[in-house]
Design a protein around this ligand. Structure first.
Ligand SMILES: [Zn+2]
Length: 309
């Protein structure tokens, strides 16, 4: 399994509901499993770790406006923008997000080159970032940047985003609203942040409290629609926040249900021979260990799919 990770992902944002320590914790579980001390499919999966470089400012500018990037770089973000971002600004925060964006791009390059059917990024999924501002803990939209850079380089001519974070992928939908090369699918809790949900290619807003069975049924139908088109690459935002004990989510999926979700997505990509980049996106369980378990299960399912391919 190809894994992208950097210890620098543990960005210091002070005491916050967004646990940036989860990246290291998930990575440690990945290492432990692959060294044989864990369980599941990942136990027998040889690991190759890739350390990312920060995305360049030119790469970021494929999605973000030069004005926004200049404000971000200098720290001259207006109070209203900082309030929307909901995390503090610091040079380390900027560098951390540049690095994670570079991580998603690295994962995408390897996936599209056919180096592995699934590339697992222990980071990324900042789908609330818009071209001209950040929002909801998301400074740069890593997936949107990776897609735009790869399209620009001619490495891909189409892409799909499968966004199963509990929150709608507003920044991603907005960015690609007029770009027919990119299919954006988001399935999320309708009655949750963000209040305004720009239309993507396929949006499914779920009622509060939906649990495993109806969720998986809807996902099944949606995946058929996503793969009615051919895509050169899929970006899967495997958010852990549809979990029943999440602090920012209002759905009721169990860990078993989330694992079945991951299996459904990854198996469908495999059936269509489409390379996948997995990014973690959100996860705010009351108990951090639950968030780590859910993200690790996604990795384990990816290993299982890889062994079958
Ligand atoms: Zn979320």
């Amino acid at each position: 399994m190809l894994v992208v990770y950097s210890p620098q992902y543990a960005i210091d944002i002070g005491s916050h509901v967004f646990p940036t320590t989860k990246y290291r914790r998930v990575y440690e579980r990945v290492l432990a499993a692959s060294s044989g001390s864990g369980e599941g499919a990942s136990r027998s999966s040889p690991l190759r770790i890739l350390e990312p470089h920060p995305a360049s400012w030119d790469d970021l500018a494929r999605v973000h406006s030069r004005e926004y990037l200049a404000r971000t770089q200098s720290g001259e973000l207006p109070i209203a923008e900082l309030a929307q971002l909901e995390i503090p600004w610091s040079p380390d925060v900027v560098e951390g997000f540049r690095l994670m964006t570079g991580g998603t791009l690295t994962a995408a390059r390897h996936a599209s080159a056919g180096d592995a059917p699934v590339v697992f990024h222990v980071g990324g999924g900042f789908h609330h970032a818009f071209p001209n501002h950040g929002e909801g803990f998301c400074l740069f939209n890593d997936v949107a940047v990776a897609i735009r850079v790869m399209l620009h380089e001619g490495a891909i001519s189409s892409a799909a985003v499968i966004d199963l974070d509990v929150h709608h992928g507003n920044g991603t939908a907005f960015t690609f609203a007029d770009d027919s090369r990119v299919f954006t699918f988001s399935m999320h809790q309708q009655n949750n942040y963000p209040a305004v949900k720009p239309r993507g290619s396929l949006d499914i807003g779920l009622l509060d409290g939906i649990d495993d069975e109806p969720y998986l049924r809807k996902l099944d139908g949606a995946l058929t629609r996503v793969f009615a088109h051919r895509h050169d690459i899929v970006f899967y935002l495997a958010g852990a926040d549809p979990y029943e004990d999440d602090q920012l989510g209002g759905l009721a999926l169990t860990k078993g249900g989330l694992r079945a979700r991951d299996r459904a997505v990854l198996r469908t990509c495999a059936e269509h021979r489409t390379p996948v980049v997995v990014v973690l996106a959100g996860g705010y369980a009351r108990n951090l260990e639950d968030t780590v378990d859910i993200h690790f299960a996604t990795f384990d399912e990816a290993c299982s799919i890889e062994q079958q391919r």
